[in-house]
Write a protein of this length. Structure first.
Length: 128
């Protein structure tokens, strides 16, 4: 497993928890896509920042993402990450969104740095 990518994901989770959204953007490519919810995606760092601010508000500024089991498939400058993702929040019981997910992330190596190009915390459940 690519420990660098695993560490980046944990750092990004911490930035989300601490609502350091400007820092969070450093983990993404300029043209990155974030799946906000099924049927809604945003592209680009500024749109991703706005989306994370709204997500934080939805969860009453209490969201804590963590990762469970992870599998990575890597080739040269691209990595597919499959991850068990858990969300905790004060209003998790009333959330219409799953708090346990099987996320898919796509990372690209650009200028010797791994950056997230596609952030899909819903994973294959988008097919449902």
């Amino acid at each position: 497993m690519n420990k660098e990518i695993e560490n980046l994901i944990h750092q990004a989770d911490l930035a989300i928890k601490e609502e350091r959204f400007d820092d969070l953007l450093e983990f993404y490519t300029d043209d990155a896509i974030l799946v906000v919810k099924p049927g809604m995606e945003v592209q680009g760092k500024e749109n991703i920042k706005k989306a994370f601010i709204k997500i934080a508000e939805y969860f009453k500024n209490s969201i804590v993402p963590t990762q469970g089991k992870m599998i990575m498939i890597e080739t040269n400058d691209t990595a597919l990450v499959l991850s068990q993702t858990f969300l905790d929040a004060t209003n998790k019981e009333t959330s219409e969104y799953s708090m346990e997910r099987r996320a898919t992330y796509i990372f690209r190596k650009i200028d010797n740095r791994w950056l997230c190009a596609i952030d899909n915390s819903y994973g294959t459940s988008l097919l449902d």
